[in-house]
Design a protein. Structure first.
Length: 318
């Protein structure tokens, strides 16, 4: 959504940049890479790791023996120290694949005066930073249709190179892709596609039983509709235009439609067991990064009855 009129010309310029008239992706990537590394370093410093019990060779912790377990699991040497029985747990070491999809469709380049940066810049920053954090934790990261999963410490550079050399105009959502059952996918998009398209893609992405995390990245102007007076709105992808004589009269209807669209998305993600988060570009990127990091892996833990405590959640998520 872009607007032309009092206070709206900046948004119109942003939309034209989205059509290719402004800076290229290659020109902005160095800044985004630097920012993502800075954010990732800050978040990694404050994390306590992603350790959990499972198959592996390294000792993790002792825990109390639970009635019904096999007696051969008891560590008798540790149990002899007091009146309780203990089990020795090993650390889970199997690498887990996470696919990241930053939406690069034209609508993502929109940025109003209320935002810190464009939706595209925020999506790429989060994708890069999340990739680095996950690889640091021993996971593998891939980009659907662009980059095979890798555990390389140079994951950000590999992601950036794959994006720069991608000649295809990508859709808002990953088409013709279905992750393997034990992998996860994180979709970073403004999700302004029709709900029928979103529902079809989510069904496709979860067809093999994989877990997923849907993140709607929005500009604050798209959520609050701060327009008044005569405004011309331009659709950045279809190129359509519509003029409002008194834009403020549209606010209530717009807000209701927005809420209905999100409710439909939330119902679909709830049905599939996915997480759904709303993130505004006027909020710090590390908030979203922490929330995503805490959620990734929860579905697989549930499947093996090794649940980790729920991590930090954003206020506008479900």
């Amino acid at each position: 959504m872009a607007a032309d009129g009092p206070g709206g010309r900046d948004e119109l310029k942003a939309t034209r940049r989205a059509s290719g008239a402004g800076r290229t992706l290659a020109a902005s990537l160095p800044r985004l890479i630097l920012e993502s590394r800075k954010i990732a370093a800050t978040v990694i410093h404050g994390l306590h790791g992603r350790r959990r019990s499972g198959s592996g060779e390294n000792f993790w912790q002792f825990r109390r023996f639970v009635s019904g377990e096999e007696a051969r699991r008891i560590d008798w040497r540790r149990s002899a120290r007091d009146d309780n029985l203990y089990v020795r747990e090993r650390e889970w070491e199997a690498a887990h694949t996470i696919w990241l999809w930053p939406d690069r469709s034209p609508s993502m380049a929109f940025s109003s005066r209320l935002a810190r940066e464009s939706k595209l810049d925020r999506a790429l920053t989060i994708a890069f930073a999340l990739g680095e954090i996950l690889v640091e934790a021993g996971e593998r990261v891939g980009l659907p249709g662009l980059m095979r999963p890798t555990g390389s410490r140079a994951v950000i550079d590999r992601m950036a190179e794959a994006l720069i050399h991608d000649p295809t105009e990508r859709a808002s959502l990953p088409i013709d892709f279905a992750p393997a059952s034990l992998s996860e996918i994180v979709v970073l998009s403004d999700l302004w596609s029709p709900i029928e398209d979103i529902r079809a893609i989510l069904t496709q992405l979860s067809s093999n039983g994989s877990q997923g995390h849907l993140v709607q990245i929005v500009d604050p102007a798209e959520e609050t509709f701060p327009y008044s007076g005569r405004i011309e709105f331009t659709e950045p992808e279809g190129g359509g235009e519509i003029t409002a004589g008194r834009a403020e009269n549209w606010r209530a209807d717009y807000t209701a439609r927005l809420q209905r669209h999100r409710d439909e998305i939330r119902a679909e993600t709830h049905r599939l067991g996915w997480s759904f988060t709303i993130h505004r570009t006027d909020r710090p990127a590390n908030e979203l990064l922490l929330a995503l990091h805490s959620r990734i892996g929860e579905g697989n833990d549930d499947a093996t009855s090794n649940r980790r405590p729920h991590g930090m959640a954003l206020g506008r998520s479900a």
